[in-house]
Design a protein around this ligand. Structure first.
Ligand code: SF4
Ligand code: SF4
Length: 205
């Protein structure tokens, strides 16, 4: 044993070092929070539970079954089936499923959607006991939207992070353009009176 090691042992230097660190940490601010009594603020761009935006006019999903989201999904967890309407031969969305347990929440599906039909909401408390509960069908995705929208109080949800390229805010459905009383953390697209070019996204804090 060297002299240095002996001194360390005799004077309990390692223990004193540990105690000093403990006292130091006792005086610093805690980084943990008392969840669920306390919750962290959710920032714009948060990627939570998937939902299909319910069109206020038709009260149905806005999806046009273009398949872009299914094609871009790196996890291959989106399943779409489309069928032709016998009356006019147009394609319609017959089935749309997302297997949330395979999703990596990259957000590509939302970014690529040309009609803002799909969103990743700010809901994060959706753990389940069975796999089936996390297999989102078309109906379940609409339910997810209803649950999320009910919490927002206003029909103004429009997360700027999920705005697909090339979408003109002035062409969005009325409910997505108007600026009413703005719920916290929600991004809305406001339509200026004079020029559509000046459309701005406003973010509340
Ligand atoms: S967030 Fe990414 S992984 Fe999840 S469904 Fe969308 S594209 Fe697929
Ligand atoms: S990209 Fe949008 S419109 Fe196209 S299939 Fe997916 S959700 Fe539907």
């Amino acid at each position: 044993m060297t002299l240095k090691e002996l001194v360390k042992k005799v004077f309990f230097l390692e223990i004193l070092k540990g105690m000093a660190l403990t006292f130091k940490m006792m005086c610093t601010r805690a980084v943990t929070i008392q969840y669920p009594k306390q919750r962290r603020r959710i920032y714009a761009g948060f990627r939570g539970r998937h939902a299909f935006v319910r069109d206020p006019k038709t009260l149905k999903e806005k999806c046009i079954a273009c398949m872009r989201c299914a094609n871009i999904c790196p996890s291959q967890c989106i399943y779409i089936a489309k069928k032709k309407r016998p009356e006019d031969g147009k394609l319609y969305l017959a089935q749309y499923d997302i297997e949330a347990l395979r999703c990596i929440y990259c957000g590509y599906c939302v970014e690529t959607c040309p009609v803002c039909a799909l969103v990743l909401t700010e809901d994060y408390e959706y753990s389940a006991y069975t796999k089936q509960e996390l297999y989102f069908t078309k109906e379940k995705l609409l339910e997810n939207w209803d649950e999320f929208a009910a919490k927002q109080k206003e029909d103004t949800y429009f997360n700027k992070f999920w705005r697909p390229d090339g979408i003109d805010a002035s062409k969005l459905p009325k409910g997505k353009r108007e600026q009413g009383p703005v719920p916290t953390r929600i991004v809305v697209v406001s339509e200026p009176e004079s020029s559509p070019e000046k459309n701005e996204k406003k973010e509340t804090d």
